[in-house]
Design a binder for this molecule. Structure first.
Ligand code: HEC
Ligand code: HEC
Length: 384
């Protein structure tokens, strides 16, 4: 059995477990007082400040929420410091200058749209391995400065995606000739014991090639073409023709000892078919199309709304999508990042998949999956 931890709408039970973990971590900070504790440190590379006093409460607030977090030499402080790159929003000599400069690159009424955030989102000097972790943290810091979060419920900000028009596209030819010369022979050779008319649906190996073609179309993805640069095809996890997936992922009636070999052969046949279709062409004007938006790139993960996030000391949203770390984006220092080890994989829509120990085909043992914060960091956790 695999356990899926994610904050997606598709796994309400698992959502609860993450949510419960949040509450638990928050509990250790709540105590009697209801006041949010100030951030007391910026993690490693903290710069100690000895310049003029903050001129106003808002400057002080800026210092605690943003400057303390970003002034380190391992972060923005390496460049946007006094005498460094403008804007000098982490000026170490005068907090009031830093404040004035920071004001030019933040949007306090909509923190995630601040230039400080969007600049880093565009690939500018993120200090972790995950750009989303950096942008989420920057948003938290700026929100803390704006001070709007007390007692408030996290809301989902809806934004219209950028509209993308449908480009030229490949279409299935109306007659079955190309199919008959490429994919069909593979299907009739290896799948006809079952998938012929009157046998098991889909009739992809029917003795009537038109039926076989008709039933195969929805199981062929015309995006599974050769790499346009290398003009080669290597079987990857991305090939998403169902005829290939059945072999590669489901190990469904492979004819080679290794299903990957069968999957590669199937893909090569699909490849040969796609090669015959010529160049992509404009969509016929009589067809009604929607825009070329897709869920992974343009979708909005509207699953974090309605949650109280005050006084959390650790928040894991599993947005990184790759790598060995699940970042703590609570904005509380030091961050309690989780290190993923053993049988842990990322799943789309923000989540990780923690599996049991298993043995690989090569005979290596993979330990049961674990997501753990280093004990050292936990011991340093000041608010606890
Ligand atoms: C290695 C040096 C370096 C680091 C580290 C660095 N920056 Fe920059 N930053 C620059 C340079 C150089 C520019 C000007 C060129 C450009 O716009 O890319 C700049 C420009 C910017 C701008 C655009 C300012 C404007 O007025 O157009 C923003 C916003 C910004 N940085 C934010 C940040 C943040 C936030 C951090 C920390 C996460 C950071 N930078 C870390 C070098 C750095
Ligand atoms: C021994 C009989 C048998 C053979 C041989 C066989 N299949 Fe199947 N196939 C089935 C059965 C039974 C089902 C329905 C149950 C299931 O989905 O596994 C099925 C379902 C399917 C489906 C539809 C279900 C889905 O998940 O998409 C596809 C596609 C498919 N097979 C592809 C193939 C291909 C490609 C081959 C040849 C490499 C093949 N099958 C060979 C028995 C067979």
């Amino acid at each position: 059995m695999k356990t899926i931890i994610r904050q997606g709408t598709r796994a309400p039970a698992a959502l609860f477990s993450v949510f419960a973990a949040l509450l638990f971590l928050a509990g250790c900070n709540s105590g009697e007082s209801t006041e949010a504790l100030p951030n007391t440190g910026g993690g490693s590379n903290t710069v100690s400040y000895s310049g003029p006093a903050p001129a106003t409460d808002d400057v002080l607030n800026f210092k605690r929420s943003v400057w303390d977090e970003l002034s380190g030499q391992n972060k923005c402080g390496a460049c946007h410091n006094a005498g460094g790159q403008s804007p000098q929003f982490v000026h170490e000599g005068d907090i009031n200058i830093a404040y004035a400069q920071a004001n030019t690159i933040v949007n306090l009424s909509d923190p995630s749209q601040s230039e400080m955030v969007t600049k880093v989102a565009g690939g500018h000097n993120c200090w972790t391995t995950s750009v989303t972790a950096c942008t989420d943290l920057l948003t938290v810091y700026i929100s803390n400065w704006a001070g709007g979060s007390e007692g408030s419920v996290k809301t989902v900000e809806l934004r219209a995606p950028n509209i993308q028009d449908v480009n030229n596209t490949l279409t299935f030819p109306s007659d079955a000739d190309d199919f008959a010369n490429t994919i069909y022979p593979v299907l009739t050779q290896y799948c006809s014991d079952c998938h012929t008319s009157n046998g098991q649906t889909p009739y992809i190996a029917s003795s009537d090639v038109d039926i076989a073609y008709d039933q195969s179309k929805s199981r062929i993805d015309l995006n599974d073409g050769k790499d346009p640069v290398t003009d080669e095809w290597i079987l990857t996890d991305e090939a998403s023709s169902r005829l290939v997936e059945r072999l590669r992922d489901d190990r469904h009636n492979c004819w080679d000892a290794d299903c990957l070999d069968s999957a590669t052969e199937m893909l090569a046949a699909i490849q040969a078919f796609i090669d015959r279709l010529g160049d992509p062409e404009p969509i016929p004007s009589n067809l009604v199309t929607s825009k070329a938006l897709n869920l992974a790139n343009d979708g909005l993960l509207a699953n974090a709304g309605g949650r109280y996030e005050d006084n959390v000391i650790a928040l894991y949203e599993f947005k990184a999508g790759e790598g060995p770390t699940a970042f703590d984006t609570s904005g509380i220092s030091p961050p309690l990042d989780l290190t993923l080890s053993g049988n842990v994989g990322w799943v789309g829509g923000w989540g990780i998949d923690i599996g049991p120990a298993f043995e690989t085909e090569e005979g290596d043992m993979i330990r049961a999956g674990k997501a753990q914060a280093p004990p050292l960091t936990a011991a340093n956790c000041t608010p606890c």
